[in-house]
Each structure stands twice: as structure tokens, then as C-alpha cells.
Design a protein around this ligand. Sequence first.
Ligand SMILES: [Ca+2]
Ligand SMILES: [Ca+2]
Length: 250
Amino acid sequence: MKHLNLWLSSLTAVALMATAGAQIWDETANGGGDAGDLPSSAQVVSGVHTMPLTRITGRMATGGEVDMFAILICNPDQFFAHTGNTSETTYDTKLTLFDSQGRPLWMNDDRPNETAITGHPPNGIGGLRSYIGGGASAGLYRSSDTPSVAGSATWGLPGPGLYYLAISHWQRNPRVGSADIFHESSPYDPIYAPKAAAAGSPIDNWGGSTTTTGSYTIHLGGACFVPEPASMVALGAGLAGLLGLRRRKK
Ligand SMILES: [Ca+2]
Ligand SMILES: [Ca+2]
């Protein structure tokens, strides 16, 4: 029982240290440079897995740059991603969510009327900024094959696990070959499921162009850092250190 107690108290200490740290991932400060635009080059938002991930900050340093991040969605029922107010995100965004294989799930260009989003986000979302998540009115979830049909898609995610989240300027469109994956014209406020013909194929390029540059903040709910071998080693070292300390004090 003594061993078990040490183990539990050490885990608690490590969890507390983790909670006290930043819950923000910055593309440059934490990611070390520009995030890529496809799953193969996406920045992996990694860290101690007990920490919720509440924000990703970054830059569209050159016009048309798309940034993609690998995140863990640990609580799918609570998941949302949005690009904040017009000070936090300085340009007209689009958010696209892909599964762990890079297959498209959801896209939004211009957030639904924020009064329709139940429960979150508390601070509102700027005009032309983007929102993916539950809680919007049912009519705003739509299939890209029937963009004018209210409620032609139903919000949901496959389950907890690894996902890819991309932020782009609204004039950059995720594609498979030369075909757009989503409906890419008016109306812009629905949260779109992909065209059925593209739903099973991983994204392989982005169409469109823009010369706009700017910075962004993506707010997140239900998301966690991706556990990586290095963070598990750090966790192990922390436990060993704490156990060693206990032993020396005896
Ligand atoms: Ca970037
Ligand atoms: Ca937009």
C-alpha cells in the first residue's frame, strides 16, 4: 500500500504542475516555426496529456498560408473551435476539421449568428470569423451537397482521438485533386459536412489564393494536447525524482 500511496501522490503533484502551466500553444514559440498545410506537415500540439488545450495562436505570415494542427479531442461532446474576435484574429478566416486519416469532417467560413450558439463561446465571435462545434441552431448544420437545405447534416464527431484542424483565409479551399471538398460559396454561415463524393478521401491540396497576411487565435473546448513519447519520458522522470526525494527523506 505504501508504494501505491507514493504513486498516487506523485501523480497528483505532476498533474498540479501541469495544470499550473500554459494551456496555449503558439505556432512559433511552441511549434518552432510555420505549421504545414496537410496532415503530413501539420504541427503536432503535444504535451502532458492531462492538460486541456484552450488556445492556439499563430500567424499567416505570407499570403495564402494555411496552418494545420494535430490535436487530441478528448471530450467530443464539449468540442468547439472558433477564431475569436477581430482583434485576436485579424483576417477573414475559415476553419476545417479532419479526422485522424485526414478525411474531411466539418468546415465553417463565417460563424453562425452567435446568439444561436448555446453555451459557448462566452465572449462572442467576430464577424467573418469561424466556428466549428455543437450548439448552433440545427438548421445551420448542412451537407455540402445540399447547402440551401436547413439541417441537412447533423453535428457530431467520430469519438475521442486525434484530429487535424486547419485555419486558412476564406479564399483558400481544401481539395482532393482539383475538386473542392466542401460547398465554397453562399451561404457562408452554415457549418458544412463534406460533399459525399469527397468524404472518404484525405485532403491532398488547397485551392485558391490571397495576398492577405495576419495573426490568429483559435479558441478550443474539449481539446487536449497530443501525448508524445517525450512527454511520457518527462512524466516518468518526474515520478522518479519525486520517489527519490521521498526515499532520501526517510
Ligand atoms: Ca503560419
Ligand atoms: Ca470567414
